[in-house]
Write a protein that binds this ligand. Sequence first.
Ligand code: AQP
Length: 331
Amino acid sequence: MTRIFSGIKPSGHLTLGNYLGAVRQWVATEQRPDEALFCVVDLHALTVEHDPARVRRLSRQAATLLLAAGLDPRVCTLFVQSHVDEHTRLAYVLECTAADGELRRMIQYKEKAAKAQAAGEGVRLSLLTYPVLMAADILAYGTEEVPVGEDQRQHVELTRDLAVRFNQRYGYTFTVPRATTPAVAARVMDLQQPTSKMGKSEAVGSGIVYLLDEPEVITKKVMRAVTDNEGGVVYEREDRPGAANLLDILAACTGGDPAVLAGGYSGYGQLKRDVAEAVVETLRPVRQRHAELAADPAAVDAVLRAGAERARAIARPVVDRAYEAIGLLVP
Ligand code: AQP
């Protein structure tokens, strides 16, 4: 049995990138005889300027959307990070294992710190240290597999480095996890800026498809996607990123190979129409189920409470072992 863990941060409304890159993989794990835990990592949403009421609202919305996407709380454990103290308890110990330099090399830190500075905002210390908290999220559960989008690979690599280093210094304590990414759409790009990732914390834009967008809105966004002026439709990620992104999305929604799909089109009009339809149909059941679940927030909260209890029971002994190994008296 493989232990699986992954998380999503309530830093904005969930996007098509989150769904194709991560959430769909999570739902697929339920077909396997494995133990999976999925988490709304709310503490990670506090690393940049945030509105407390919005984070609270988005946390419940993310949990509701994960259930709507197909996570079944009878099969997996769904919970909120801040409900399980073991994450922050372990994070400090891992900070004593990590080096300042390796955290400053993280791409997301560099990009977000530069953005905060450009906006005249201070850079929160947590923006530097949150990859260590993410390592704690993963290692606290003896996780073997972390299904994520491509952008999170570097953080999972850091997690592996910290686990190996801790084990070498203090004796075997942590399972060393590996990242898994989907074969297509591991990095869905912004439809208006196809060289940038479709990110949920970006300002609302016409290049971002949200899971709760109405079908007409999705169609409009896809039809206005930036492509290029070259002739024909060819799958070339470097030279024709807009077209490649549309083909990746189509392949992820319909099954198939993006390069092969390209051969079926002579122009972008039909490709965009097909992508729009595929995305609308992929997201339609999620949106419908979300409307039902959102009508009963108390039921969602009950799922999260039960999930936190199960998660705590798994994490506690792992974190206790780490405390003991590093030299702390465990009560
Ligand atoms: N565009 C994407 N394509 C494929 N996978 C993606 N993921 C995110 N965006 C894409 C994957 O979704 C999971 C949860 O993501 P997250 O909440 O950690 O980060 P985010 O959605 O990328 O949110 P932000 O706030 O916009 O964060 P930054 O600015 O840090 O990128 C992850 O598995 C992620 O890989």
